[in-house]
Design a protein around this ligand. Structure first.
Ligand SMILES: Nc1ncnc2c1ncn2[C@@H]1O[C@H](COP(=O)(O)OP(=O)(O)O)[C@@H](O)[C@H]1O
Ligand SMILES: [Mg+2]
Length: 268
């Protein structure tokens, strides 16, 4: 079977008190190669846990992950991660950060230069290549994070709220960049976000997760990401079905959060 298979994954964390948290229960998903899936859900519904399991940082209590029919047993270069912030080498320049993976693989210098120059170009970092990462704005740092991830040529890119710390305008630009890179590279992408709009624009497939236990609550197949690749994102938001789907998902999540608050209140 090609693609990424998440097969009946459950995750239980034991707390120091001896209690358990059921972070995920019976989560199953199959992603075809090249699919772009966004994940929404209230805080604590297991989004990061699921991504960490797919990345191989965590072993699930039950269930399996496989990529191209090969069981995932730990981290591997075929699965790249992009975090919200803080995962770059701040003291190194942009070029060094992007070259890190290929250098670890001991690729020939000429080949590394080719990969890095291309990625600096497509991510709009060409003029910043000699700057140290700490000198860059948050948006530019996330460009570096994307370029560094792509330099390893992973089959699957896992993103945990990669644009969550950016201001609105920068975020919109970065959404366009993520779409462009997805289309050009044909990578399989899972993107976790808190923003319903972002999930609608950056997901051919969108899953909404529910908490306690973390599980898939609803799934959508959406036309917007494909159209947004070549269109103005603001125009896409005016398309038929966009506002209705956004309202439907917002009220789903609203209801879940109300329920969580209700439970928290009655437990207090
Ligand atoms: N290492 C851990 N130990 C104990 N509980 C954890 C751990 N990691 C996550 N959890 C719990 O699992 C649930 C899901 O967390 P998480 O995956 O971070 O959710 P999300 O990313 O959707 O906000 C939460 O209740 C969280 O407190
Ligand atoms: Mg999280």
């Amino acid at each position: 079977m090609s693609g990424l298979v998440i097969d009946d994954v459950s995750m239980r964390f034991e707390l120091p008190t001896g209690d358990f948290v059921q972070a995920l229960k019976n989560v199953s998903l199959e992603l075809k190669a090249g699919e772009l899936m966004s994940v929404l859900g209230p805080s604590g519904c297991g989004k990061t846990t699921l991504l960490n399991i797919v990345a191989g940082f965590l072993a699930p209590t039950e269930g399996r992950i496989a990529l191209h029919s090969v069981p995932v047993k730990g981290p591997g270069p075929e699965r790249g991660m992009v975090f919200q912030q803080g995962a770059l080498f701040e003291w190194m320049n942009v070029r060094k950060n992007v070259a890190f993976g290929p250098e670890m693989k001991k690729m020939p210098k000429k080949e590394i230069d080719g990969i890095v120059d291309h990625l600096l170009d497509v991510t709009g970092l060409g003029d910043f290549k000699d700057k140290a990462v700490y000198e860059l704005s948050g948006g530019m740092q996330q460009r570096v994070a994307l370029a560094r991830c792509l330099a390893n040529d992973p089959d699957v890119i896992l993103m945990d709220e990669p644009l969550g710390a950016l201001d609105a305008l920068t975020r919109e630009k970065m959404q366009g960049l993520v779409l462009k890179l997805w289309k050009e590279t044909g990578k399989t992408v899972i993107l976790i976000t808190h923003s319903v709009e972002e999930a609608l624009l950056l997901g051919e497939r969108l899953i909404v997760m529910a908490p306690r236990p973390g599980r898939i609550h609803k799934e959508y197949q959406l036309p917007f990401a494909d159209i947004a690749v070549d269109a103005d994102l603001r125009e896409v938001k005016k398309m038929d079905g966009y506002a209705e789907t956004r309202e439907e998902i917002l009220s789903l999540i609203w209801d879940m959060e109300e329920e969580i608050m209700g439970r928290a209140k009655s437990a207090a």
